[in-house]
Design a binder for this molecule. Structure first.
Ligand SMILES: Cc1cc2nc3c(=O)[nH]c(=O)nc-3n(C[C@H](O)[C@H](O)[C@H](O)COP(=O)(O)OP(=O)(O)OC[C@H]3O[C@@H](n4cnc5c(N)ncnc54)[C@H](O)[C@@H]3O)c2cc1C
Length: 247
């Protein structure tokens, strides 16, 4: 469902590109993507790039397509004001310096009637918390996560966790963890003998590591310089919001 004919997308992180590409793919238009994080943070370490080549290739293809279809990409740019009475009419954005402070005089006005903003993901941990599983805050893993060991067992005996609740890292990581957790449960139940499926388990663990490494890179795109945000919210990814105002 398209929010509007033309949308301005802002916030932080790689997900802005995915959402913009989805909007365009479905017949909408994204006039610009305003990302607060500086472009330099996007550049992955060579090892990470080589390890996740397909993901980076897909991301860059999306980015190239957005550029070719006329979407402006602006890094180090913060939305500082949204104006309008009954509807959104205009959005003001400004450049930010590496410390996160707005650069005076760099403001630009966008006449637009739909604004989408996203600042990352946060997993719903309530079920695991109700079951008594320990949780921990780890910005690299995407914020609050359920603590698990390498077999995806939580701190509560007999309860395993898999997916975004152990770390924000994308759909493939969730699927891998689901299978790993399942196999570990079978082993505990005595239905998987020691030595059985060891090759598959070792490949799954290796792939999980690869996705976790990408997840750390992904989650690093959502942190802000601490002097520009209230204490406690610095480096804290918030749920992806979609605020649209239409005529
Ligand atoms: C718009 C969008 C686009 C995305 N695009 C991509 C992409 O291109 N590539 C990619 O890799 N990833 C993408 N993702 C992320 C991807 O969807 C997730 O990584 C994946 O779905 C995580 O799977 P999961 O099983 O861990 O969690 P989820 O799919 O979120 O499943 C968790 C389930 O638990 C349920 N649940 C949670 N709390 C409770 C509760 N208290 N009681 C009952 N049920 C509960 C939820 O309703 C949900 O059904 C995208 C996400 C969004 C939102």
């Amino acid at each position: 469902m398209l929010p509007a004919k033309t949308t301005l997308v802002g916030g932080t992180g790689l997900f802005l590109i995915t959402v913009s590409a989805d909007i365009q793919k479905n017949g909408g238009r994204v006039s610009a993507v305003l990302d607060e994080t500086p472009f330099c943070r996007r550049v992955p370490a060579p090892g990470l790039l080589a390890w996740n080549l397909t993901k980076f290739a897909l991301g860059n293809a999306m980015l190239a397509w957005l550029r070719l279809t006329g979407t402006g990409m602006h890094y180090g740019t913060r939305i500082i004001e949204a104006r309008g009475s009954d509807n959104l009419r205009e959005v003001i954005a400004a450049r930010v310096d590496p410390a996160g402070a707005v650069i005076p005089g760099s403001e630009t006005a966008y006449r637009i009637d739909c604004l989408a903003v996203g600042f990352g993901f946060s997993a719903n941990l309530e079920l695991a918390q109700l079951a008594g599983c320990a949780v921990a805050f780890n910005a690299g893993l995407g914020g609050w996560v359920v603590k698990v060991n390498e077999d995806l067992e939580t701190t509560v005996d007999g309860i395993s966790a898999a997916g975004e609740i152990t770390a924000i890292g994308g759909a493939a990581k969730s699927l891998i963890e689901g299978r790993l957790a399942g196999l570990s449960i079978l082993r505990r139940m005595g239905l998987l003998k020691s030595g059985e499926l060891t090759k598959e388990i070792s490949i799954l663990k290796q792939n999980r590591k690869r996705h976790m490494a990408f997840g750390r890179y992904f989650n690093a795109q959502y942190s802000f310089p601490s002097n520009t945000w209230p204490t406690g919210s610095a480096a804290y990814p918030t749920m992806c919001l979609f605020a649209a105002a239409r005529k």
